[in-house]
Design a protein around this ligand. Structure first.
Ligand SMILES: NC(=O)c1ccc[n+]([C@@H]2O[C@H](COP(=O)([O-])OP(=O)(O)OC[C@H]3O[C@@H](n4cnc5c(N)ncnc54)[C@H](O)[C@@H]3O)[C@@H](O)[C@H]2O)c1
Length: 280
């Protein structure tokens, strides 16, 4: 099977890594050669680490990397059986891309979006064959987290949903199917839940350390909520929260003021060296 991945940023590079590791010829498309090469370098680094840790042989790494080709030309995705899109989270950009992918790929190819918060049905509506468009929502980091939400949009065909599900399962992932509703499964539950956790910090006058201690020891969470938001990134969480709030209009979905304030101060969690905790 030949796979296309559009956008080789955080998610796309991870998805392309999953694809080449699963044995698929994979074409990665970026807007510039430099960005495409940066995506490849990320994959090389992660696979190199897997070899160092003894989780992969050097030979398997080399053959996985040999399955990856890079391009800036969308036409090079024409003979793909599955194209997974992981570009910026903007509806117009995604609709434009899907209309183009719909024109150039063969009719049986499945077109998947990795959107977190946009409507898959609205993206599919930009194509003439919406039945072959589905959501494949990976989690960050895609090579590590097993879950892939396979999203059935209003007009997705059974065949397209099945093909996406089987591809993910064959690649060693744990796919689950769901409908095209805001936040799908995990974000719909986790975002308001994490917002509640952050609000409890001020309401109950608890320190982040104690809140994490409470949820790991009292609720069996593997990671405390403050540590989790730091890991996800305060900005990523606030953005996802705003998107869910805009769609569902429930106050719990709106980002707590405390998080908005942290974002304004540049405290973005692990990646900036400081969030609820200090790092580095
Ligand atoms: N980061 C996460 O935790 C996460 C998790 C799940 C889903 N998502 C979703 O995945 C998608 C990508 O997110 P990301 O965090 O990887 O973003 P990112 O900014 O790291 O990467 C996006 C990449 O797409 C490239 N790009 C933009 N337009 C393009 C085009 N027309 N063709 C080819 N490449 C193009 C950009 O150059 C950039 O490298 C978004 O829809 C996001 O909502 C993100």
């Amino acid at each position: 099977m030949k796979v296309g991945v559009v956008g080789l940023g955080t998610m796309g590079a991870g998805i392309a890594q999953v694809s080449v590791t699963a044995g698929h010829e994979t074409v990665g498309r970026e807007v510039t050669t430099e960005l495409a090469e940066r995506g490849r370098a990320t994959i090389e680094r992660y696979l190199g680490r897997a070899v160092e840790k003894g989780r992969m042989s050097a030979r398997d790494r080399d053959s996985a990397l040999a399955r990856l080709t890079l391009t800036t030309e969308i036409a090079e995705l024409a003979d793909c059986d599955l194209v997974i899109e992981a570009i910026v989270e903007e509806l117009d950009a995604k609709r434009e891309l899907f209309a183009e992918l719909d024109r150039i790929t063969r009719p049986g190819a499945v077109l998947a979006t990795n959107t977190s918060a946009l409507s898959v049905s609205e993206i599919a509506a930009a194509t003439e064959h919406p039945e072959r468009v589905v959501g494949m929502h990976f989690f960050n980091p895609a090579p590590v987290l097993p879950l892939v939400e396979i999203v059935r949009a209003e007009r997705s065909s059974d065949e397209a949903v099945h093909a996406a599900y089987e591809w993910a399962a064959q690649a060693g992932k744990q796919p689950v199917k769901c409908s095209d509703t805001p936040g799908f499964i995990v974000n719909r539950i986790l975002i308001p839940l994490l917002n509640d956790c952050v609000r409890v910090l001020d309401e109950a006058n608890v320190s982040p350390e104690d809140l994490d201690k409470a949820m790991t020891n009292g609720a069996g969470w593997p990671l405390g909520p403050c540590a989790l938001v730091d890991l996800v990134g305060i900005d990523v969480h606030v953005h996802a929260s705003d998107a869910l709030h805009a769609q569902l209009q429930e106050e719990r979905m709106a980002p707590p003021e405390r998080l908005v304030g942290m974002q304004a101060e540049g405290k973005l969690g692990r990646k900036s060296g400081e969030g609820f905790y200090r790092y580095g």
